[in-house]
Structure formats: structure tokens, C-alpha cells
Design a protein around this ligand. Sequence first.
Ligand code: GAL
Length: 394
Amino acid sequence: MNNRIVIFSAILLAACGNNPSSRTVTDTAGARTVTAVSLLPDPDNFLDTADGQATGLYFLHNGNLTAAITNYGARLVSLIVPDKNGTPTDVVLGYDSIGKYLHRPDTYFGAIVGRYGNRIGHARFKLNGKEYTLYKNNGPNTLHGGKKGFDAVVWNARKLDTTTLRLTYISKDGEEGYPGNLQVTVTYLLDSNGLRINYEATTDKPTVLNLTNHSYFNLNGQGTGTIGNHTLQLNANYYTPVDSTLIPTGKIESVTGTPFDFTKPTAIGARINDSANRQIKFGHGYDHNFVLNTVKLGPPEGYEEHGPAAIATGDLSGIVMSVYTDQPGIQFYSGNFLNGTNPLKGGKTDGYRTAFCLETQHFPNSPNEPSFPSTVLKPGEKYSTWTYFKFSTK
Ligand code: GAL
């Protein structure tokens, strides 16, 4: 649990080859990690309270991989993987203190978003004949859970072992306008190849639910500039075009012959400024839901069989990230709203299109779009989904 006693002992152990120096460091759970620690934020900087609850920073470690997670918003703060030369590289954008997260929660850096990831049109939906009104925090629409979504609440964190962090949150009936007391559990699990996120929830009234993780990736390392030369492949022959407020029109259209065709590895920047394409204009680049070809639910251990939903490669680092999921869609967002105002870890700054998100989820506005896969969760049912980010190099 939230052990407030944190010992941050800066014992420099070794600087081996290109690797940043290691030192022993103790996270909020009191567990020791000794790898690439010079890239990790100081856990002391995450000790605070929000809404009267303690915040902290937790480290997971397995082989050459290290993750740092805060229980504020259940956010992935750091994800350190080796590049093609073996150099530890932090591939997600994040802040180095809890204060910066509290100041700018709206970037959603690394957050678990809910109850509903992405937008619900006109901030309302009907369920069993009753209309529910939500908070308009994105023009006429609601985005990522509303005024104070799961990204901005303090979760209860429990480190199960050095590779596993379990976070729980109880969202009360009526919170942000959504019905039902919802019990949510998110588990981050680091294996020697990647990071798995398991999502589970139950409700006591029918509700809608669409959870995802909102990490911003730069596979060359956070704060190293454009992602335009990263290549991306999406296992999606179709996508859901949007209106000018980024709500899907309800149509499912082929990507063939459009800038949305990522069925073969393609540079993210190759067609991102195709201003003749209305969808690119509406999204200010890519900000669209792709319909995954492998819309097939399966147990977490079966992820390899489904094949990756997405494969992204850092052009400079050679880091390859393969994303596996049981979700029907993936929101590919090319960092179009990043603008250099966010001070990142290690004194770096963000910038326009210097990171991308691959948010595995149900389609935006599904509660108002009966033809989309359902996001309704009923009492007695168990919401259980998973995503796995696997890393290799080439
Ligand atoms: C994405 C969304 C974008 C933007 C971003 C956060 O999921 O699709 O439009 O809101 O989150 O800045």
C-alpha cells in the first residue's frame, strides 16, 4: 500500500557501456530497483495528497524493462526499454513530479481514461429509455470521462510483486453523470518483453464503459523530436470517419487509397498533411478510430494468436512496439495538440507531433451508435479486457 516512507539513496553503482548509470532507489511500495535509474523520476517528487489521498510512484522491473506508474490517474510515467544498441530508452512522455500532473491533467499523459475513452456526442446518451447528461469538456461533446475522469482521480495501488501493480477505483453512481457504482481494477504487468494492461470492472446498474490507456509514445525516446519518421502498420482495413467535432459519422469506410491506409508499414508523416483529405483536416492530422481486423475476444494468454493490432518502429532507435489487444478499435492520435508547453522528464519538452497514441478501445460515441459494438455493462457481467505492448529492436 502507500508506504509514505521513501528512501531515495543515490548510490552510483556503475556506468556500463552506453547505459545510463544505475543506483539503488526505493519506490513508494518500498521495493528496490537498480536499472537505468538515472532515467527514472525521483519517487519523492510523487509524494503528495490529492482529494485527501496519498499519491506515490511505483516501479516495475523485469529483465531489461522498467516501468514507473503513479496512482494519480493510474498513469504510466516511464517505460524504459533497450534500443538497438542496448541503450535504455524511455519511450513514453511524462512529468517528473506529481505537481506537474496535477497542474496539467488534461494532456492525459499515460493515464487510464474512463469511464468513457474518447468522445460521446453532445455529451449525452440514452440507456434503457433514460437519457444521461454528461459534462461538455470538448466543444459540444464529452471527452475522456468528463470534467474529472479516471485520469484525475487517486487510485488505490497495491504492488503484488516486482513486476505487477494492481490499481483499484470505485466510481460512484452518478459520478460524471454515469449510472451505477462501478468497481474498476487495472493491473499493469511487466514481463521481459513488454507491458500488459488488464482492465476489469463490475457495476450495480446498467452503464456504459470504455477504458483505455492514453500513453504518448516516442520510440526514439521522449522529448527527442518528431514522430513523422516512425513507421506504423495497423491491422485495419476500415476506419470510422468523423465530423468536424471528431464524432464518428456512423459510417465504416475502407482505408484503401486514403492517408488512412496503414495496412503496410508507412511513415506517420508521409500523408499527415494531406489537406485535400477532409478527414485529415478534421483531425488536424491523425485522430481517428481504426476498426481492427482481428475483432475477436480472447483470453490474455492468447494474444499472440490474434497477431498485432499495430506495429510502430522508431526510425532512430530501432525500437519496435507491437500492440496486441482484444478490443475492436484503436484510436491513432498523432500528437496534433502537443505544442511545446509541457515540461517533460529530464528537462525535455514536448512539441507538435512529437508523440503518438495508440488507444485500444471501443469506437468513440458507441453509446449513441447502435451499429457499433456495444459498450453497455450490466450488473452480473464482468468487464474484462487487455492490451499488451511488446518491444523488440531491428
Ligand atoms: C485523444 C483524442 C484527441 C485529444 C487527445 C488528448 O484520445 O482523440 O482528440 O483529445 O486525446 O489531447
